[in-house]
Design a protein around this ligand. Sequence first.
Ligand code: NAD
Length: 414
Amino acid sequence: MGGFAAEHHNAILKLEMEGECRLVCTCDPKIGTFSDRWEDLRFDMRMVKLFNNLRDMLTTCGRDLDLVTIPTPVPLHASMHQACCERGLAVYLEKPPTLDPRELQTMLRAEQQARKLTNVGFNFIIEPHRQMLKQHLVSGRFGAVKEVRVFARWPRGSNYYTRNDWAGKLMLGNQLVLDSCLGNAMAHLVQNGLYWAEAHALDDFGEVTDAQAELYRIHPIQGTDTVFLTAQIADGPVLRVAMTHACMGEAREYEEVICEGATITTKTGSDAENGHYRDFLVTFPDGKTKNARQQNYHHLTENLRAYLQYVRGERERPVTRLVDSRPFVNLNGLAYLAAQHITAVTGDHVQWGQAPGPLNGKVAQLQGFDAIAERFLFSGAFPSQQDAPWAIPGGRATLTDLPQLPEVVARMVG
Ligand SMILES: NC(=O)c1ccc[n+]([C@@H]2O[C@H](COP(=O)([O-])OP(=O)(O)OC[C@H]3O[C@@H](n4cnc5c(N)ncnc54)[C@H](O)[C@@H]3O)[C@@H](O)[C@H]2O)c1
């Protein structure tokens, strides 16, 4: 009901009004605390049945369901996904499916019991301009992809990190969580990077062979909130990612795809005239440019609509299958294996501020992040190679190191 699940309810109500689906039931352990929302969402009139746990909901309503959406805490995804798949139900699972590569294997096995493949809710892959440009990459129109760069600064502060028991955690008991800017909030952008980096087939994502990383912690959390990561894609380009939650002010992000015959750049923004928009700019070597603007696209609604079409048999496959998230889950794991430690940055290198809202509260800003990140994306020089006073060199890891992930993360927890 709460957190991002609230957005699922809004989108499902809209789709129900369009005749695409009907909400049968919902559950949340704190279901009683959401009574205002029951009214907003007209649960009475829609005859939505309410439960405080998934097992009871599936036992009572399972036979009436075609699909279940799972917008719950990431550490619960695997067991909830399994409970639905065991009943044959189709699942729209929020990203990331899990951040434990072993758990992903178990989930892929569980998926085989369902009548339909699972969709993972990476928001942006469905965007029509993105798909069209990927088609151009696949056709070779822009030449080979040489480099993919992802920059993102999305401020998140104390309210975000204290909203539940798993935010910013590396582990919960014995369970690998690895919640971070890379693994969770901005995972979408990393998945976009992997989408651009595999130019052999429209729906494929780049398989990472090895990675180098430096991980930093600015907020007082167990995990990382500032990531510099370089990944080599099998039979493909280098992917570089620089992202942080330790920043203030406007969120900003961009992707750059450097090809032999063109550069694709995405830029997002919002203003009174255009609403929320994303520009897809293609620049050719002769300086000519082409721009396509996407405006007020409601990603969750369109992703759910596409999945409903797939479940009804009107669409060939989910937009992002569970197996399509394996390169991302591996890359996230490799970041920890490569870095080997998370460096805490404190003192004069950090500025603290206060901002309202559920994502903010007390917010830290890493001084100089934007400039260091831009140089890293352009040249490949990590903060430690740029002599950033707070930086400590990381290392390199390959896919064969992946089984060591639990041990390395347990050492980080200390
Ligand atoms: N696609 C996006 O743009 C987007 C944005 C934000 C979050 N997410 C994803 O949504 C998921 C949820 O994230 P969040 O930050 O909203 O989590 P959260 O911790 O805020 O929890 C969301 C809701 O799940 C409920 N919940 C907890 N345990 C439950 C249980 N056992 N059964 C049923 N409900 C339970 C909580 O009470 C809460 O109402 C994550 O996978 C996250 O990555 C996606």
